[in-house]
Structure formats: C-alpha cells, structure tokens
Design a protein around this ligand. Structure first.
Ligand code: PEP
Ligand code: MN
Length: 725
C-alpha cells in the first residue's frame, strides 16, 4: 500500500504519525507528490485511519514496486550529438560495434561498416568488465575519444559502458546513451551515479537476475534522474553447454508485450558464437525487441576481446539488409558537388549505382529506404486509386550527363522500354560537350474553358464579357484565395464565338498556378465564374474544365552539338534531313514526336506527373497549324547541328502524387529542381536529347543495331516490338 502526501506535507511528521499507528513505512525518494510505502505485513489499518493522518492526500493499494518503469513511455527520441535523432521503441534499430575500442584505426573502420549496414549507434567499450583479470580490459579514457570521433565522422550515435563511478563523467561526456553492463546491473551506487547524468541508459540484464530484479534496476536509474531506460536481454545462466549464455527471449517478449517496454536483444553475448548471432537477432526482433545490439569487428580473428562472437562485416550488412535498414550518411559531411556525370555507371551493379547516388546526393533516409525497396505501400496505393488489388512496379533509371542552363541535373526516368534512358544519357553527353542545353519556360499559366451554349447574340455577349473582364478575373480569384496568396491567380481572359448560329461560345480564363500542375485550380475557377457570366449573357452553361492545350504554358529548349561528336558531317547532314522529312510529312512527324515523348514521359512518370496531359498538350500543339508538325527541329550550323523545340508542358512540383508517392518524393530529391518551370525545362531537355539520339541512330546505323542489343537482354523473357522512334 502507498500513501500520497499533500504538496506541503511535512514528510517526517507524516512518517512519524504513520509509525505511531504501528506501521513500517518507507518514503520513496524523488518526484512529487512524495509517496510513502507501507509494507503489507505492517499492522492492519483501515483506509479511513490513514486518510485521517495530517498531510496524507490519497491512499492506494500498491500496484507495482517500480512505478517509474511502469509509467515510462515505450518510445524515446534519442538525440545524437551532431547527428539525426533516432526513434527507439518503434522500427528495428541496429546498434553495433566491437566489444572493446582497440585503436583509433579499428574503431574508425568499424564505424564505417556499421554505418554502411544501417546501424544508427556505434557501441564499443573503453572499459571492459572481464571475468579474468588477464583478459584485455579496454584502452580506457583515450578510447572514449576515439569512439566519439569515429561515430561523429560516420553520423552515428555513441553507446558505451560506464563500469565504475570513477568514469561516469567521462563516459557521459561522449555517450548519447550510457550502457550498464550485466555484471553491474545491481551496482546501485553506479546506477545512482549514471542516473544523475540524466542520459538514457541501456541496461543489460544480470546473468543471474530475474526479470523483476532487472526492472527494479531500471527503477533505480529512473529514480535518480535517467530520462529513459532501454532494457537489454543479453543471456542468462542456463543449461548452456556450447553457447555462452541462454538468450532468454521469453523475457524479451514479457517486457515488450506484458510490460509494454522497449527491449534490446544482444545475441552476441547471448550466444557467444558468430554463427548463431544473425538467427538469434531475427528471433529477438520476432519476440519483440526494437533494438538489436551486436558485436562486429573488421577482422574478428584479431579482436582483443570477444572475437568468436564478433560478426564479420558482410554478416552485419546482411543483418541490416534483412531489417531493411538504409546506410547512414553523416548529415554534417560536406557532399561532393551535385553532378550528372557518373562515368561507366551502366557497368556497375544496381546496389553499387544506388550507393553512388546516395553517397553523392545526401538523400533523406526515406528516399534511401525507397530506393532499396522500390515498394509502394498498399495503404497509399489504395488511396491513390480505386478497386486496388495490388501495386505495379517499373524500373527507375537515371538520365545522366544533363547540363541545362549551366547546371547539372540527374534525371530519374521510369519507363519499360529499353534504350530510352541510355539514348537520352548518351545524347546529353554529346550536347554537354558543346555547353549543354539552354531553355526557358513561360509562367505556369493554365487555361480554363467555360462553354456557353444557345446564347442569343453571341458576338454581343462576347463583347459584354470582354468589357467586364475585371469582374470575371475578380470572381475567378475569389475562388482560389490560397493560390492568389502564393502569387498566382487569374491574369487574363479571352472569349471566342465558335458557332454564331447556335450561339456556341467559350470563355478562357488564364490562371497562373505557380508550382502546381493546376488542373484542380482552373476547374475550380471555371465552375465559379460560369454562373456569374451567365447572368450577363443568358444561354446555358456547358462544360467547365481545363484545356489540355495550355498555350500560355510553353517551354523552349535548344542546344548545339558538334558534327564530329555525333559521328561526322555526313551523319549531321542526315540528322538535319531527317528533321526536314518530319517537317513536311505528318506520318514521320508522329514518330519523330513519339521519340521526344519517350524521354519526357519517362521523367513525367518518375516525377508523378499526369503524362496523359503532357501527351495531349504535345500532340495538340504539334497539330495546331494546317499540318501536324514536329515539335523539335534540327538544322546544320557551321560546327554541327542546332536543335530547337517548343511545346506546352502542364506539370507541377507540388500537390497530387508528388506528395503521396514515396518514389516520386525520392525522384524529386534526386532531380533537385526548385520550381515547376525549372522542371519543365529539364523535361523538355530530356525530350530533345531523346530526339537527337533517335535521329542519330536512324540516320546512321539504323535503329535495330543498338536498340536490339538492349532488347536482347530481355528477349529470353518475352518478345518486344522493335524501335518506334
Ligand atoms: C559487452 O556488452 O561488451 C559486455 C561485456 O556485455 P555484458 O555486460 O552483457 O556481459
Ligand atoms: Mn563483449
């Protein structure tokens, strides 16, 4: 039983009064309100008698001897000095390191492999409790600095053991989390000293301790000021013969599921054998551990302590991969300059390519995780579409070598057709030699259409609307206040009478949609404005929807490329003639434009754009004149060729699936554009590069040569259509 005292109660006086009732009392230190415990074998008293004692506020039958442990949150946001905080208690976190910090060099090597495997904290002992006085006992204070330097250098947190009160200050200075070793679980003076440091503690279970004793040790730490305790099962004395200890996974499950605590599992000390560490780590997580703590060494055979249980570097990586952990990239490391040049990228393995990008771009952990899994969560998929039964994956590649307006761009491309990514990258490499692409886009002005029908005098009605254009625009902007606040909004209108006799006419509203694709914005505007205008002109209101031919949202790109670079003067001539062919023949122009859209669509898919809108706009624009025309043209210059292209592109960098899909967010992190306008220039440059690559192949060796080489890679699996450029 416990009594809770009133805030201003005199603890000594209350204790004395309770003792006067024949009770055995014990004030519980720390915290407020003060609690006095009454042992159950004290003389029986009624609750009324206790409440009658001056200073007693409440009486409770005692539920647990470790109330602070019981009240502790299961999760903890662990700050990492100079790094990114780690959430403990949820997803699996890997903590790894050598048994002992042996030298500056080995701990630095070990930190690198821990980060590579996705470990978030580096653990190693500067002071080692050893059963034998002849065993290596750690390198002491100096090792703390080596450990901290290695961890910081690789973006990792530090866990290290405080073995005696003498070293608690030094340990607390470098440790993000302080370890209490198994042999010290009930060293209460040490627990008090460590608790006072107000740092989270990793508390190893004593080899002979039952779970209640373990929890009580945690209570000591919390009572002295530790903010949080991570209970670590590391094996108990059992009937182990060939194993070092008996890893008590039932205790892991008990603390996690019955006590709702965060638990770590240490299969290294739990088994003492490298061959059993990985399976028992997995079992520990299955039992409920949220942290896996393992020992690893660059060369276990040379380890000064616990070599037989240290994982090999490759085993640690395998473990990290099993838990889906992305490599840790230190936040404070200066990254190399952003480049689109990755020579011989195609010769590398997929993980090597991914690692190169991760290391160079400083991608977020979320993006790294996405790149490794390529998965779209079903819950997100279910929100993105209807009648969802699964997801569907396509390869994501990188368009390399792009230099546009003096800046490099690495361009994510998602496409099922082999050769699109390689062709664009290859052409971009050629263009780069002549300075790269130049481009610009108009403001992101979308077009909304409002159809009016059966208007009595359409010509007059059109004039009425024109005269009141300010009112139209004000009504339009009234419907989209947030867009207006961001600097966008309706900037102009236009009215056209389509057929006079039946009074069919259309109002265009031109709306600057900023970084959005803008379909929803202009649809909103069209619906808002229609009834107002109808009150002026009569007739009926018809459709109110965007036009997918956004004539005021145009992108222009151009580039030069040297004749020698494309393969000589004859080939350059051939490319120019191929361009001419497309200009005078719509049958060729259709294929020419399809080759441009091969590149643009692949970027559109990767970046979560509405590629049907992109396609509709491009083809409609190509067909605006009397004939369907090529979007891009190539003409001979003194040194080679100049390519030029213009098309409308309704794409956005905010809203829609740009926010919902983790793959799109990842692609956005890779391409690093600041605005929709900038992205549209990048997309157009990829289109122009695709066009150049296609024309060069067609005018030269023919499409089948290189193209079919790429197709051959998958021809064992299925037949595909040859080139459609
Ligand atoms: C250690 O973690 O290196 C260690 C000595 O562990 P334990 O205290 O569990 O024996
Ligand atoms: Mn050890």
């Amino acid at each position: 039983m416990i009594v809770l005292l009133q805030p201003d109660a005199d603890v000594a006086a209350v204790s004395a009064a309770l003792q006067g009732l024949g009770l055995w009392t014990r004030p519980m230190v720390g915290g407020s309100p003060v609690v006095i415990e009454i042992e159950s074998h004290s003389a029986a008293v009624t609750e009324e008698q206790l409440l009658a004692v001056a200073g007693v506020a409440q009486v409770r039958s005692r539920v647990s001897p470790h109330p602070r442990v019981d009240a502790m949150a299961r999760t903890f946001e662990l700050p990492i000095a100079g790094g990114t905080a780690v959430t403990l208690g949820l997803d699996t976190v890997l903590i790894a390191g050598p048994c002992a910090v042996e030298s500056q060099e080995t701990i630095s090597q070990t930190a690198a492999l821990v980060a590579h495997a996705g470990g978030r904290l580096l653990r190693g002992g500067a002071f080692k409790p050893r059963t034998s006085p002849y065993s290596f006992a750690g390198s002491g204070i100096a090792a703390l600095r080596w450990l901290a330097d290695a961890a910081r250098q690789h973006g990792l947190g530090v866990v290290t053991e405080a073995m005696s009160e003498l070293h608690v200050d030094a340990v607390a200075e470098v440790a993000d989390m302080i370890q209490i070793g198994s042999r010290n679980m009930q060293n209460f003076a040490l627990l008090a000293a460590v608790g006072k440091k107000a740092k989270p503690v990793l508390l190893k279970r004593g080899r002979g301790a039952d779970t209640e004793e373990w929890l009580m040790a945690g209570e000591h730490l919390l009572a002295h000021g530790a903010p949080w305790v991570l209970f670590c099962e590391r094996g108990v004395a059992g009937l182990a013969g060939e194993t070092r200890n008996t890893l008590d996974l039932a205790a892991v499950a008990l603390l996690r599921h019955a006590h709702s605590l965060a638990v770590a599992v240490d299969p290294s000390h739990g088994t003492g054998r490298r061959d059993l560490v990985v399976p028992m780590a997995k079992a520990g997580v299955a039992a409920g551990a949220c942290v896996v703590l393992v020992e690893v060494h660059p060369e276990p055979a040379k380890a000064k302590s616990d070599g037989p249980q240290a994982l090999l570097p490759a085993q640690l990586k395998e473990l990290g991969d099993y838990f889906g952990l992305p490599p840790v990239v230190p936040a404070n490391t200066a990254l190399p300059p952003y480049t689109s040049r990755y020579p011989e990228f195609y010769k590398k393995s997929v993980p090597e390519r991914r690692q190169a990008v991760i290391a160079n771009l400083g991608l977020s952990l979320e993006a790294q995780k996405y790149l490794r899994s390529g998965q779209l969560d079903l819950a997100i998929a279910d929100k993105m579409s209807e009648n969802v039964i699964s997801t569907f994956a396509l390869p994501m590649g990188l368009g390399l070598n792009f230099r546009i307006n003096g800046r490099d761009y690495l361009v994510p491309m998602v496409v099922e057709e082999p050769s699109v990514v390689a062709a664009a990258s290859n052409a971009a490499r050629m263009v780069r030699l002549a300075g790269g692409f130049r481009g610009d886009a108009t403001a992101s002005v979308m077009t909304a259409q409002v159809q009016f029908d059966h208007v009595a005098n359409a010509a007059q009605a059109a004039q009425i609307i024109r005269n009141r254009s300010d009112e139209v625009m004000a009504a339009a902007n009234g419907a989209i206040p947030r867009m207006v606040a961001r600097g966008g909004g309706c900037i102009d209108i236009d009215v056209r009478v389509l057929t006079e006799d039946d009074g069919l006419m259309v109002l265009h509203l031109y709306v600057d949609v900023g970084d959005a694709m803008g379909a929803n914005v202009v649809d909103t505007v069209a619906e808002k404005v229609a009834p107002l205008v109808q009150t002026w002109i009569g007739g009926t209101v018809g459709l109110r929807i965007l036009s997918n031919l956004p004539m005021r949202r145009l992108v222009h790109v151009e580039c030069d490329v040297g004749a020698e670079v494309v393969g000589g003067a004859a080939l350059a001539d051939g490319i120019a003639r191929a361009s001419r062919f497309a200009q005078v023949d719509p049958f060729r122009a259709a294929t020419h434009n399809k080759g441009i859209l091969n590149g643009i669509d692949a970027v559109a898919v990767a970046l979560g754009q509405d590629w049907r809108a992109v396609e509709a706009g491009a083809h409609a624009y190509a067909g605006l004149g009397s004939d369907y025309r090529p979007l891009a043209t190539w003409t001979r210059t003194v040194t080679g060729l100049r390519g030029s292209m213009e098309l409308p592109l309704a794409i956005g960098t905010v809203g829609g699936s740009t926010q919902a899909h983790p793959g799109v967010r990842t692609a956005m992190e890779i391409v690093k554009v600041d605005s929709a306008r900038e992205l549209s220039v990048v997309m157009a440059a990829v289109g122009l590069a695709s066009n150049l690559a296609a024309l060069r192949a067609l005018a030269g060796e023919g499409i089948q040569h290189g193209h079919m080489k790429l197709h051959a890679r998958k021809s064992d699996v299925f037949e595909t259509q040859p080139g459609h450029k």
